[in-house]
Every structure is written in C-alpha cells, then in structure tokens.
Write a protein that binds this ligand. Structure first.
Ligand code: GCU
Length: 427
C-alpha cells in the first residue's frame, strides 16, 4: 500500500511536466463557476418531461452548440454518396473476419473528395444472424495503420507529420502499416462479436488551417466565405461519420441500429458531436476528448478555450473564439453536449496521466448530464465522486479513468465492449 502511494507521488511531477506549461493542473486553483441550467428553457420555464426535453430543450441546446462552438453544416452542403466496393475478402484476419473496403464518393463518382472505409465484420455473427453490430470511428494515420493486412492500401493524401509513426513531408508510407493496432483492437472486437468500420479523418478534411481550400469544404461554394457560425473541421469530420452511417444503412451485413461511434482526442470531440447531430448512432463513446469534448470548459483545468482556438483555429466555428478567456460567457458547457446523447448510452473515458484533457472535468460532464437521463427514467452516471483509477462506473452514462497516458488501448476497448454488450443486450 505504502509503495503504491510512494510510486504515485513520484509519478505525479513527471506527469505534470509532460503537459504544456503555463496552464492550471492544480485542483485548488479551479475557479468558481456557475453552469448554464440544463433543464430550463431559454424562456425560463423548467423542463419537467421527456416531451419538453425532446421537443424544446434539446433543439435549443443543439442550436447553441452549432452557433457558438462547432458550427452548423452550411445550407449548400449536399449529402448524397456513391459507394463503390474496392476490395473484399470472406476470409480476413486468418479466417475470423469479412473484410470490405468501400469508397464513398461525396460529390460525384470517380471524383475527389472520397472517404475510404475499412470494414471488418465477425464472420461467425454474420453467418449466424445475417448482420453484425459495429463500432465506427475515424483514425489519425490512415486505414493501413489500423491493421497489418497488406490488402489495405497506404493513402496518398495529406498526412500529419507524426514521428511516432514515421510520417514526414506530410505523406504516409508503408512504415506506418499496423502502427495503431493497439488503438483499434480489431481482433478483440471480432472475437467479441463486433465489427469495426473506420476511415482516415484526412479523407474528409485535412487537419490544418488552409482557409477551407481542400477536403469536403472545397466542394461547396459556402467555403469561399464561411459564416462565423458555420462548420469547422470537427463538424466536418462528424458530418463524414454521418455519411458513413448512410452507407451502413445500405450494407445488409451491418446492423445499422447497433452502431457505436467512438474516437480518441480530437476525434473523440468529433464522435461526441457526431452523436449529438445524428441520433442514428446508438452509442457514443469518447476517449480522452478533453477541451471542446467531454471536459467542462469553465474549469479551465489543463487546456483552455483560448489555447485550443489559438493552436487549432480551424477546429471550431469562428464564433467560439469570442469565448477565449471568457468561458463563463458561453451559453453552454460540455455537460450539455453529453446530455444531447440522452437517452442513448454514452461512455466517457479518461486517463489519469492525461491531465491536459482534465479527467475530473470529463467525469463532471457525465455526472451533470445525468438529470436528463433521469427524465427518461434511466440511471445516468450514478455516483457523485470521481472514481479511482481503473474502476469503471455508471449506468447509461459510463465512465472510467484508466492508468496511463493519452491514448486508446486494450483496457479502454474491454470496457467499451462490455458497455455495448450490456446496452445492446448481446450475450
Ligand atoms: C492536442 C490538443 C487536444 C487534442 C489533442 C489530440 O493535445 O490540444 O485538444 O485532443 O491534441 O487530438 O491529439
């Protein structure tokens, strides 16, 4: 016991030093704050029924997030997709999976932009029941980074220069094949009876500030002069997930009523916004999504609104910049984003060393969203205290803070599988 305590003490300064300096990592320095009232209409009337939530308060909150945080999809953005199967195998991953690679053209067949979706389905489940539940999410480095199977090509698009996977000059290469297998745990999912469908986020919008000259934005006239409440990259990545969902509805081997959307970090923020905008996602899961994701902005613990807007000016809509250092003036906070998932199950995962993402602030969002679940007679997060490390908690809102740093790993996926099985009523 003593040793564990000592080890924790020794680890603490290292953890804190690994995070950007000049930000608050001290719980006692979290400012006092007052949150916007979740269950009250803008007119001041209390929200007491499921109908009032669904018909009045939910649309109000969704609209506030569109206008002030993520941005709305411009009116000229069409949603038609053309899907073309590029490659298929009935015996992938040593025979346990069906692999399908599908190209979704977003404008016209044969033209950019397109999303290449890599799908693995559990063969046994498809053979027994015709279709399988899936997890879906965007990946950072390309579909080839999620698997070692050589049939999955390396993309030729813009790539993040990530020395950890060996990408440089903004190009991906063979060296990153399989580099992110531990983040996706495809075989664990297949063995548990779930499929996975993933796509490279750069297919939808390359992740840098280019004044909307490439990716999905460039296709529509609105990109020439985006309004302050129109989409940033996070909203466009979330829009891409919805186009993937359009495809899932057409693929008979995918149980489109049992699709859990997930993502890590900026792609966890994206999964949450996708779940808010598109209620076809039956479960929503965020891993270490932090500021602009599951963490409460008003806590100003770790990353702040000003910092995120300065370093990533293209992620949110321009209106969000009005709240730099003025979080208390935001008409929303992130617990309201979690509440937009209700009554669907939502899972929030933190990592104890990832203090930049504010684990406690991520938990608080779930806890404070719980009253909306209670309206639906569903248990939210249940407990009041931030749980200990590696102790999953919750009802329809799940939460854990695992040991280790910013990432998604086997522990996270074990919890997501348990959660999805419980809520999808699967054996
Ligand atoms: C940065 C950023 C975070 C983000 C993370 C990521 O650390 O500040 O907000 O979640 O990148 O996406 O990897």
């Amino acid at each position: 016991m003593k040793n564990i305590y000592l080890a924790a003490l020794l680890l603490l300064p290292v953890t804190i030093l690994a995070q950007p300096a000049g930000f608050n990592y001290d719980e006692s320095k979290v400012p006092d704050y007052e949150l916007p009232v979740l269950l009250e209409l803008e007119s001041g009337k209390a929200v007491q029924t499921v109908e009032m939530w669904k018909e009045l308060r939910r649309p109000e909150i969704l609209e506030l997030f569109r206008k002030h945080v993520y941005g709305r999809v411009p009116a000229d953005v069409g949603t038609g997709i053309f899907s073309v199967v590029q490659e298929e195998s009935a015996s992938a991953l040593g025979g346990i999976a069906i692999r399908r690679q599908v190209r979704l053209y977003l404008k016209a067949q044969g033209e950019e932009p397109f999303i290449d979706v890599l799908i693995y389905l559990p063969k046994k489940v498809v053979e027994a029941s015709g279709k399988a539940p899936i997890f879906t999410g965007l990946n950072f480095n390309g579909n080839h980074s999620v698997t070692t199977e050589k049939e999955v090509p390396v993309h030729g698009k813009w790539a993040r220069n990530d020395p950890r996977v060996g990408h440089k000059d903004n190009r991906a290469n063979e060296g990153s094949r399989g580099a992110n297998v531990s983040r996706w745990q495809v075989e664990m999912l297949i063995n548990a009876g779930f499929g996975i469908a993933t796509a490279y986020y750069g297919d939808i919008d390359p992740d840098y500030d280019d004044q909307w000259k490439n990716g999905i934005h460039s296709v529509f006239a609105s990109s020439k002069k985006l309004k302050a409440d129109e989409w940033g990259s996070i909203a466009s990545w979330a829009w891409g997930l919805s186009r993937m969902m359009d495809y899932f509805e057409m693929d008979e081997q995918i149980d489109h009523q049992r699709v859990a959307v997930t993502g890590l970090s900026r792609l966890g923020k994206t999964a949450l916004w996708a779940g808010a905008e598109d209620e076809r996602f039956a479960i929503v899961i965020s891993t270490d999504s932090g500021c602009g994701g599951a963490a409460l902005s008003r806590r100003r613990y770790g990353e702040t609104v000003k910092r995120i807007n300065n370093v990533f000016p293209h992620w949110f809509c321009d209106n969000f910049q009005k709240y730099d250092d003025l979080e208390h003036q935001l008409p929303v906070d992130q617990h309201m984003l979690i509440a937009l998932m209700a009554p669907r199950p939502v899972y929030i995962a933190s990592a104890i060393e990832d203090v930049w993402a504010d684990p406690k602030g991520e938990f608080e969002s779930g806890r404070l969203a719980s009253p909306v679940y209670e309206l639906f007679k569903k248990p939210g997060i249940i407990q009041q205290q931030h749980p200990r490390v590696n102790t999953p908690v919750g009802g329809t809102i799940g939460y854990h803070m695992r040991s280790g740093d910013h990432d998604a790993n086997a522990y996270d996926w074990q919890q997501y599988i348990k959660f999805a099985k419980r809520h999808f009523a699967l054996p």
